[in-house]
Design a protein around this ligand. Sequence first.
Ligand code: MCN
Ligand code: CUM
Length: 796
Amino acid sequence: MTTLDARPVDKFDDNDQKPIGHGRMLRKEDPRFIRGLGKYCDDIQLPGMLHLAILRSPVAHARIVSVDISAAQAHPKVKAVITGADLAEKGLAWMPTLSNDVQAVLATDKVRFQGQEVAFVVAEDRYAARDALELIDVDYDILDPVVDARTALSPDAAVIRDDLEGKTDNHCFDWETGDEAATEAVFAKADVVVKQDIVYPRVHPAPMETCGCVADYERVDGKLTLWTTSQAPHAHRTVYALVSGLPEHKIRVIAPDLGGGFGNKVPIYPGYVCAIVASLVLGKPVKWMEDRSENLVSTGFARDYIMQGEIAATKDGKILAIRTNVLADHGAFNGTAAPVKYPAGFFGVFTGSYDLEAAYCKMTAVYTNKAPGGVAYACSFRITEAVYLVERIVDCLAYELEMDPAELRLKNFIRPEQFPYKSKTGWVYDSGDYATTMRLSMKMAGYDELRREQAEKRARGELMGIGVAFFTEAVGAGPRKDMDILGLGMADGCELRVHPTGKAVVRLSVKTQGQGHETTFAQIVAEEIGIPPADIEVVHGDTDNTPFGLGTYGSRSTPVSGAAAALVARKVRDKARIIASGMLEVSVADLEWTKGSFHVKGDPTSAVTIQDIAMRAHGAGDLPDGIEGGLEAQICYNPENLTYPYGAYICVVDVDPGTAQVKVRRFIAVDDCGTRINPMIIEGQVHGGLTDGVGMALMEMIAFDEEGNCLGGSLMDYLIPTALEVPDWETGFTVTPSPHHPIGAKGIGESATVGSPPAVVNAIVDALKPYGIRHADMPLTPSRVWDAMQGHPTPP
Ligand code: MCN
Ligand code: CUM
């Protein structure tokens, strides 16, 4: 019997020349995760620790008339009850969001969404804290809620953000990209114009672990330590320093193991600030962990774009231009996490994978009485919405032209020789060979055979659909010259130390949430300096022990931090080469590097290993002139451009004509993320993302009633997919390296979540073709599919 301990944690073989792309190297972190030995925020226990619970608004929009906390304060186990008024006295009632808006930490004047933070209790235990919430009496004067973004700007809509000076409407921002006049000119000359309303509903990242923290302020040395569910510990530390006035070196942010993030753990939530305030006031460690309903109702949502797409083409299917008008629902506060110059994230890549003559987007964002957020759920900064728009509208064009959707795409792809390709909205796609990837997916699917099968089934009245989607992402934010968040440039630091015995520690500024960084970053370093991955410890998620950098989201870890890891290892190798030249008594130019050692050119027997060099670097004896002892380096990597991974997805569905139930029968996903570091991890990322896509296409949506009550406050009401709803994934890949990334790698973490929803929806709409249906909005639950079959449009 194989025991867990006997399982190879690391199959890397010293003699193997290729730690990158090497077979299926197992994840170094999994022995602790699969045994339940991960250490999460809620596992942190400190002596004398108190517990914090938050009172949340039961209504979507109301003026706060009074808050009576006297009964809660009288509870024998309660240590403190804090309201918005208390925070206002200290100037802490409002905090900045990642989009330069402000958000209430605790409501003072009004509540603006159901679930908003109104007061908090700190007590000896979690149960007492929760019990005491019930003793707080808040008198609300109910106001009209703004629930539908479509009516948010109507003159009679209640003004949500009257806290902002001079604000008289619910307008959040306008944004545009592309050339309006040039696009209009192309549309005017086109043979065919197809227009379609397309909604990407509000959905939830729903990580297994909810958000929370433990704040511990030491009065003696004035140091605050915060264990927290954060995808970006360094960025969070800086924001805490700016908000609280505590000096930054006296704040240590530690993100321990995270039970999934999916963008949910990018924003700074009021609960974190409340716990910090409580610890400052009481001088004790304070834990706050939200429960599942709190997470579902109040934390960062994803999507909520109401889009109108328009595509112009010639009658033989050459796509000329795409135009879109978007109404973006940002909820009560603009809490979107996106580089400052990109208020709509990277939605600007809505031109997709196609070579166009012109493109234009106009967007209006509005405030509504809903929770804030917007960038989450593996969106690559809103590329999910962009890809869904373009891949749906291209299918609408195929429908109108009666062309095969795969053929239509093949006809319009950016061609390999056009790279680097500057899109009509200004994005420079680094590399790609789209047709090859598309053809591979068609081959794996047996595309022609599937179409034949579909024709036969249609003749028998059976509903089978084949959906095609092709996506390109822009990930790896980003070049400092045009990307920052709250003024912080989007570069990443990396530090590598090789110890005397040749074992190494690499310190990252990014933070894994399940993606396997402890394995893959060790592989990157191993590839460059020849130390086996098992001998390389990856340290991350602790601001006192890692260099500054902006964290993990937008699949930026490999494109930015992965590049930093490769370059820092090369820097160490350069120093090792000089030390080796001294050891072998030859000039640097006479040395050759084979993985793990330097040898004299033409004489492989006179060699020193990296381990020998490490010992010499730290040991007794002379080093070459000008060389200091030790073997370590640090760098900060500023990416030249984003990386542009892409993929071709084909989905096969069967729809039951009697019940409108959709069954996803097959799903073929061919991804190209350039150089592949760990094929097994990539596969895992893709499997997860495809499951997300089936979830969004078939069942996920955060719904609200007319009063603004959130109807998805539990996992009974907000459905997420399980193994039962998904097929056995069929994955393939092509490799088109990024020309500017040191090892040619592009991001992969969000590709499948971005690419799969349109493939599933395209398949369902294709199945419903006999009903004359060109579009239906997600989530395509049986009732929505049924309505579509009866000729009823999707309700808003
Ligand atoms: N990888 C690789 N070869 C490549 C590219 C990536 O082997 N060419 C590996 C990386 O080394 C890393 C993983 O794949 O271990 C994902 O890498 P990358 O694409 O750089 O994405 P990030 O590490 O930056 O992860 C962020 C991304 C985002 S933004 C969301 S949202 C998401 C996602 O990752 N959240 C996740 N995948 C997730 N997976 C898990 N398990 N949990 C989450 O919360
Ligand atoms: Cu848009 S979710 Mo991820 O970027 O953390």
